[in-house]
Design a protein around this ligand. Sequence first.
Ligand code: PLP
Length: 427
Amino acid sequence: MATKISLTNQFIDLEHEFGAHNYHPLPVVLDKGEGVYLWDVDGKKYFDFLSAYSAVNQGHCHPKIIQALQDQAQQLCLTSRAFHNSAFGPFAAFITAYFGFDKILPMNSGAEAVETAIKIARKWGVKNKGISQEQAQIVVCHNNFHGRTTTIISFSDDQVAKKDFGPYTPGFISIPHNDTKALEAAFASNKNIVGFLVEPIQGEAGIFTPDEAYLRNVQQLCHEYKVLFIADEIQTGIARTGSLLAVCGDCSCESSCLRQTDTFAAPDVLILGKAISGGVYPVSAVLANNDVMGVIQPGEHGSTFGGNPIAAAVATAALKVVKDENLAQNARTLGQLFRNAINEYIKTSSIVTLVRGKGLLNAIVINDTPESDTAWNICLALKENGLLAKPTHGNIIRFAPPLVMTEDELMACVKIITKTLRTFEPN
Ligand SMILES: *Cc1c(COP(=O)(O)O)cnc(C)c1O
């Protein structure tokens, strides 16, 4: 046992000594993953209840996605888009049909895709609304999370993410999430607004699900005021919330109605990342129709790795898995079971105040101050009991397992979670 502990510590020490301290990981060193399971360097097995922030919806090392990666890697990896490659065109055709848009602009990280959407919206405003580039404004929401670049942190209100990294990029107006009145007031009072950038469900903020009509109302207001509705579905998309996209609301048809704007809150610009590759490779994408994407001309935007053959092959395989394995339906069913079970526990609990979320994107709120370390300590205890989850914003614990989980596995996880929570209940 002693040698095993020191193996874990050796890896942690190396990371601590030679890696920048820009994260605060749980003290576990993972070495292997398969489906809903992870193993640490000592061979201890865990349920993954974070899924790399919802990147691993298809489960760890999904054989079909890994096969696509291997096949493509042996054939051609990167050409840059100075030349065409035989993988990007078919992928572009596949993904635009899959989500019901005319065009894709491929990038790598989520933050890059958000930056891309911001650039598209600004230029669209110049070209379509005659707004000068000095004046263009994008409306965002309080407590948003859209990534880590200098522009994106400029409109964050997370002081830890922001402080000392100025000067900040101007051109953003922040309003409360889930507040159509504030959105309409912003639109009505400012002629220079080009876009509304929003997470359909706020993930990092602590899984805040808006009112049912919110996204439809957002879409209508954007339409009315000629403002681009930009949905950041990097965390909520790809079946996580029980439908293909969170903007699909309760529609479970998994794509056939995506083009019918009267049946769902169709965004003008859709931002995807994370699970678009099943967590196998960094792939992100911006999707829009020709009237919007057409503003980007050769030389105006790009990325050396964006749309590379491996990304194209991996993302195609990963998106096929989502449909072949009915992951949206599974997330919907299991999410309901999960919240029911946790709500049952909460009836007799004083340490958990509530469970909220949609599909398999859920969170529990711990009955303690955001500054307390109770949620962290619960996550440490969960780890000891074989389940990995992470606090978000102090006293909130996010629960987001891979969507390939079975009902039996979910119930085993509920047992671990409730057993662990019980040890934190005051007697
Ligand atoms: C994770 C995330 C991002 C940033 O993605 P990266 O790949 O980490 O750059 C942006 N928006 C949302 C909603 C996210 O969850």
